[in-house]
Design a protein around this ligand. Structure first.
Ligand code: SF4
Length: 337
């Protein structure tokens, strides 16, 4: 590892001031950053430890009935919080689908938002070509092993996917990311927080230099009755998603008043399935309509040589997750994810 300096921040303003140093990075749980440092992918010159900022380790209700989850709240604590479990079950399910109990006990909500892709070429510095790690160097994944890579929204520069489960649920719930920085505080709608790769795959988010995530705000609960997070992966636990679906509904009988669907494991950011949502809105919910909605969303997929299977998998996962959200019987072994 490289030589670096360490500084512990007592409050948000102190952390932001310390972050003005060149090469400074914030560290919370460190469950991703330390791996990146040990692997020679990240090279911070100063680590600013924010874990003692008590104001960021809280869950509070908001005046509008929503919920503010501090950036330093551990993933386990967020998932098991009474309000999250009862009012935002989609988020609780997604959090508990991520990583392992040990990692969830350590990882923070803010850090979860900031975790980097698990593209193997990004982590393996023996591969010189990675536009995310070394801008302008190329992309070793394109033409390489792409089973885990993107089918939606990729670019000729990068085909990596965002690995977060939590973020898929937050995308469906229309969360807001609160940040503070040298120019003050601002609120970032969740859909505008993570980026598609375009020609700057080195940038995962729209955070500005020196900005610190302070909380994630949830709107008043509207999907506590009908929500389901489905994660399809190679083994039952401690694996990243091949495809995941966060599905939440408001129903009038069996007619869809509102549909919220987001996908994980398919794009550089959590993918809001807007076309599928539009197709479902106002319709009677049945399997045939769900298949049409899923097909409409995935019609825009551009799979790579190694991941064409994800297109059908994502469609079946949308159907199954949404049926489960609605309380419909979903085929457990057959035409499902
Ligand atoms: Fe790097 Fe992105 Fe290519 Fe992976 S897909 S090697 S992260 S540029």
């Amino acid at each position: 590892m490289d030589a670096l300096s360490y500084q512990r921040a007592a409050d948000v303003d102190g952390a932001i001031a310390a972050a003005q140093k060149p090469g400074a990075m914030f560290i919370g749980g460190g469950t991703n950053l330390l791996d990146l440092m040990k692997g020679g992918v990240a090279h911070p010159q100063t680590l600013i430890d924010i874990t003692r900022i008590g104001a960021l380790d809280r869950i509070d209700t908001l005046p509008d009935g929503g919920l503010r989850i501090g950036a330093l709240v551990r993933n386990s604590d967020a998932a098991n919080h009474t309000f999250v479990r009862t009012r935002y079950p989609l988020l609780s399910q997604a959090l508990l689908a991520g990583a392992s109990p040990q990692l969830r006990n350590m990882a923070t909500v803010g850090g979860n938002l900031m975790q980097r892709t698990r593209c193997a070429y990004f982590y393996d510095t023996a591969f010189a070509q990675c536009n995310k790690r070394a801008p302008g160097s190329g992309c070793a994944a394109i033409g390489g092993f792409t089973r885990m890579h993107a089918i939606l929204g990729a670019s000729a520069q990068c085909v990596a996917v965002n690995p977060s489960d939590m973020s898929v649920a937050l995308a469906a719930l229309d969360a807001t990311v609160q940040v503070s920085g040298p120019q003050g505080a601002r609120a970032i709608p969740f859909a505008a927080f993570h980026r598609l790769p375009g020609d700057r795959p080195d940038l995962d988010t729209t955070l500005r230099s020196g900005e610190l995530i302070t909380s994630v705000d949830l709107p008043p609960p509207a999907f506590s009755d009908h929500a389901h997070y489905l994660k399809v992966r190679d083994r039952a636990s401690y694996a990243f998603a091949l495809v995941s679906v966060a599905s939440a509904l408001q129903l009038d009988g069996n007619r869809v008043r509102t549909a919220r669907i987001a996908l994980g494991g398919v794009a550089h950011r959590p993918w809001r399935a807007s076309l599928a949502e539009q197709h479902l809105t106002g319709r009677t919910l049945d399997e045939a309509t769900l298949r049409e909605a899923a097909a409409a969303e995935l019609a825009q997929a551009r799979p790579l040589d190694g991941n064409a299977f994800k297109v059908g998998l994502a469609q079946r996962a949308i159907v199954r997750a949404t049926m489960l959200a609605a309380g419909m019987q979903a085929n457990a072994t057959g035409d499902t994810a």
